[in-house]
Design a protein around this ligand. Structure first.
Ligand SMILES: O=P(O)(O)OC[C@H]1O[C@](O)(CO)[C@@H](O)[C@@H]1O
Ligand SMILES: [Fe+2]
Length: 197
């Protein structure tokens, strides 16, 4: 007989962006993603302090197609050189799985790209519901000076594939320019792959 999963709820803490109960917490510091930032001198200068860049509070549900994974992400304000703090970014392991983001606090940018090199970005502020369609890699960036918090939901079997982003990078980097953000072409996008070709 199929075991029936019991309904449950989780509390969102409006001040911090955390979830209660906490569930599986992912914390990423600069050292976890140092090669992803453009300015390697700025990375070196910050690595001693090794700032906390973001935290993901995951509600624990089984990772299969019956369930919906959901979590909050707290992305701290800050820059590495002039590049804003950001998440690592990933494709879903099952690449045709979509995701929904709901911005709760602060402001940021959701950048997305396909394996064909198509690029897209969406601004997020409290109230924005952003849709990441199937096949799009996604990364969020804190473009403000307070914590940027959003809720995410995605199919339970989606998984995370970081490989291609680690080797190719994103098409564009989000940099501070004249107290705003600018999307700047990433000179190292696809470099490793091109060298290998
Ligand atoms: O997995 P990354 O790219 O480090 O970033 C974490 C992101 O992944 C998700 O957990 C799921 O796609 C997002 O909610 C969260 O912002
Ligand atoms: Fe995702």
């Amino acid at each position: 007989m199929t075991k029936i999963f019991q309904p449950f709820s989780t509390m969102y803490e409006f001040d911090s962006g955390a979830l209660n109960p906490q569930g599986k917490l992912i914390s990423r510091r600069l050292s976890d993603m140092s090669s992803m930032y453009q300015d390697s001198e700025a990375v070196q200068a910050l690595l001693n302090d090794n700032p906390l860049i973001y935290e993901v509070y995951n509600v624990e549900v089984p990772e299969n197609e019956e369930h919906i994974q959901h979590c909050t992400t707290i992305l701290y304000p800050g820059k590495v050189g002039s590049e804003f703090f950001m998440t690592k970014g990933h494709y879903h392991e099952i690449i045709n799985r979509a995701e929904i983001y709901f911005c709760l606090k602060g402001k940021g940018l959701l950048i997305m790209q396909t394996k064909e090199g198509e690029f897209s970005s969406l601004e997020m502020e409290p109230g924005t519901i952003a849709y990441v369609p199937p096949y799009w890699a996604h990364r969020t960036v804190n473009t403000g000076d307070e914590t940027f918090v959003f809720f995410a939901a995605y199919p339970g079997d989606a998984g995370h594939d970081y490989g291609l982003i680690e080797t190719e990078g994103f098409v564009k980097a989000v940099m501070e320019q004249a107290e705003k953000y600018a999307l700047v072409a990433n000179p190292s996008y696809r470099k490793e792959n091109e060298i290998g070709e």
